[in-house]
Design a protein around this ligand. Structure first.
Ligand SMILES: Cc1ncc(COP(=O)(O)O)c(C=O)c1O
Length: 380
């Protein structure tokens, strides 16, 4: 018998991969399913992005292997974008590496920095990939609590009372998915100081900065952050390009080189046309962000009504592409979403898939049309 690698023993199939099979089965059997579960942007990217991709197809260079570090033009566009929107200054030749989505960056960073047995601080609730990648590498997830009372920010004092001697890396993700919580500058400053005191690499996974958020922030904006921090960003949500697979990691050259060592052994550059499209996206003016957020604002208004109808509470100041809603006391998230799916054919993500602190919460995606949202509201 051919055995699977031991590393798979502790990793489960992604929740959505399993649950969507059930949802799709219901749909195929005629149920009028409204999917408010997954955060896959349904809007179009900017037209000039698509044109750049199409134009990029005809050149001879388009079909060759591309540079492991991405086109210089793309790196320059990323650096200009970080300068203009975050006031963060980076070198295009050494401090930025384009990625095929930020998700792959989670794996590359983990491969570059973690040894078996190292500990990794992971938010609870948080993006499940931090845990699965940590386990695949043979490192140990150590969860830190995020709770509503603390505005979903880590309690740094409590962390300092823990044994951190084996902790090598900490994932943070602000604006936070799934809660939509934002971090302020004072918190980022404390976080960098914490990282320096304990020699921990902090990675801010920052793909939601521009969705329903008036104050986009980068952890790299904190003075001295580059010594101990990296940041991941992505075009998936900001420019509706999730299927294009374009992201980036930013930080000091020694860190970027280590990640490049891993990445250049795993793929052979990003498709030329995709890079040309990404360059155009990064050059979008304010108008793009305003029109994108207009749509999300309208959708969120209806989702708030749905949440009210379900007797849930939520924070109107949160940002990102989701509404994180608290269920009435003692209601279990997974039982609740199963009833909603069965009785109303509406699929919503239970908070528990993001960790135990997600119990009692559900997450609505804003990636559904206003028609679908109105229909969901009417059904409830
Ligand atoms: C917190 C978080 N990080 C990273 C990702 C992955 O984004 P990308 O499409 O850039 O790989 C997601 C996608 O859902 C996310 O929610």
């Amino acid at each position: 018998m051919i055995e699977f690698a031991k590393r798979l023993e502790h990793v489960e199939e992604y929740y959505f991969s399993k649950k969507l099979r059930e949802v799709n089965f219901l749909k195929a059997s005629g149920k009028p399913i409204i999917n408010l579960g997954i955060g896959s942007p349904d809007l179009m990217p900017p037209q000039k992005v698509i044109s750049a991709l199409v134009e990029g197809l005809s050149g001879e260079q388009a079909h060759k292997y591309q540079s492991y570090q991405g086109l210089p033009e793309l790196r320059e566009a990323i650096v200009a974008f970080y300068r203009d929107v975050f006031d963060v200054y980076l070198s295009p030749s050494t401090e930025v590496l384009p990625l095929m989505g930020s998700k792959e960056g989670i794996m590359h960073i983990s491969m570059a920095f973690l040894n078996e047995g190292d500990e990794v601080l992971i938010p609870n609730p948080g993006y499940p990939t931090y845990t699965s990648v940590t386990k695949l590498i043979g490192a140990k997830p150590v969860y830190y609590d995020l709770i509503e009372y603390n505005n979903w920010l880590p309690d740094i004092e409590a962390l300092e009372n823990q044994d951190l001697s084996k902790v090598k890396l900490m994932w943070v993700n602000y604006p936070h998915m799934p809660t939509g919580a934002k971090a302020n500058e004072a918190f980022f400053i404390r976080l960098v100081a914490f990282a320096k005191r304990h020699n921990i690499l902090i990675v801010n996974d920052n793909p939601y900065s521009f969705i329903l958020n008036n104050e986009p922030k980068s952890l790299l904006g904190v003075s001295g952050a580059k010594d101990v921090c990296l940041e991941l960003n992505s075009l998936s949500k900001t420019f509706n390009m999730a299927g294009w697979r374009v992201g980036m990691v930013l930080g000091k050259s020694e860190f970027i080189n280590a990640i490049l060592k891993v990445k250049s052994n795993m793929d052979s550059g990003m498709f030329y046309g995709v890079q040309k499209g990404a360059v155009e996206a990064l050059k979008c003016t304010k108008l793009w962000y305003v029109s994108l957020n207009n749509v999300y604002e309208q959708r969120r208004e209806i989702v708030w009504k749905i949440a009210n109808a379900l007797n849930c509470t939520y924070d109107k100041n949160s940002s990102g592409m989701f509404v994180w809603a608290k269920l009435p006391a003692f209601v279990k998230a997974e039982e609740f979403i199963d009833v909603l799916l069965k009785d109303k054919s509406i699929f919503v993500a239970p908070g528990t898939i993001f960790g135990s602190n997600g119990e009692g919460y559900i997450r609505f995606s804003l990636c559904a049309t206003t028609d679908d949202l109105e229909e969901a509201l009417a059904r409830i």
